[in-house]
Design a protein around this ligand. Structure first.
Ligand code: DGL
Length: 284
């Protein structure tokens, strides 16, 4: 039955688990497939072409597993490749949008800060978002190179992560932002730390709940909501080191989470595209 097919979700790594949690809460009967592309993280410093190639390869893999919809649980991949995936695949593709709109609506100081990757800020999709909703307040953009890597390393509260975050937050707090938008799905893993560094007066927003509701809406419209006949299940794949990923999944999801290495052809196809045409061998 079509509606029983799973929802495919992917991110450059474990960041998208923050979105997966909200999808599970919103849709308890759906089967969920999750690809952590940790072997290619971070996406934030990669070219758009490289991110497009990874997004296409992973989407093909999810479709081969029977996915009825795909969630890009990654702001960086959304900025680089959502338009392409939507043009290529006639199924619901749900993507991220940093919570700039609610931030602008709720700020009292008139200044909000956005934390995201360089690639997200550089994307035309983000420029359009700012044009559409960013005019009601001063919106300060803070790229956070290295922060997603701290999360991938499982360091959610250690000294290195704390120092890096304090450095990124300092200029924003100096400008008296009262609302912080987490525009990268890795960062909600750090919400307690961000909140403690920013102080109780600052509201921290992310878009996990909004995206989960959007998934429900799109499935409902398409007549694809799973029947409420049993609890949904999850399966995970990683392109990174499976033993490290297993440890993180046990901490961030469940100890008995079903995790497999991402098959090699997903790697090989995309790597070929990333490297471009093979160089001609020089005669010996
Ligand atoms: N989790 C990704 C995002 O939402 C990016 C992290 C990375 O740079 O890979 O933007």
């Amino acid at each position: 039955m079509t509606a029983r097919r799973p929802i495919g979700v992917f991110d450059s790594g474990i960041g998208g688990l923050t979105v997966l949690h909200e999808i599970r809460r919103e849709l308890p009967h759906e089967d969920l497939l999750y690809v952590a592309d940790s072997g290619h993280a971070p996406y934030g410093d990669k070219s758009s072409a490289a991110i497009e190639a990874r997004s296409l390869a992973i989407t093909e893999f999810l479709l081969a597993q029977g996915a009825k919809a795909v969630v890009m649980a990654c702001n960086t991949a959304t900025g680089a490749a959502a338009a392409l995936l939507r043009a290529c695949y006639p199924l619901p593709i749900v993507a991220m949008e940093p919570a700039v709109k609610p931030a602008v609506e709720r700020t009292r100081s008139g200044t909000v800060g956005v934390l995201a990757t360089r690639q997200t800020f550089a994307s035309p999709a983000f420029a359009r978002l700012l044009e559409r909703v960013g005019t009601g307040a001063e919106v300060l953009l803070q790229p956070c190179p290295g922060l997603a890597e701290r999360v991938e390393a499982g360091d959610l509260n250690g000294e290195a992560t704390r120092r890096l975050l304090a450095r990124f937050l300092a200029p924003l707090l100096k400008r008296e932002v009262d609302t912080l938008v987490l525009g990268c799905t890795h960062y909600p893993h750090l919400t307690p730390l961000i909140q403690s560094l920013a102080g109780p007066e600052v509201t921290v927003l992310d878009s996990g709940v909004a995206v989960a509701r959007q998934v429900r809406r799109r499935l409902t419209e398409a007549g694809l909501l799973a029947p409420a006949d049993r609890p949904g299940r999850e399966r995970f794949w990683t392109s990174g080191d499976p033993s490290g990923a297993r440890e993180l999944l046990a901490r961030l999801w469940r100890v008995d989470a079903l995790l497999q290495p991402l098959p090699e052809e997903v790697e090989a196809d995309a790597t070929a595209e990333l490297l471009g045409p093979r160089p001609l061998l020089s005669p010996t």
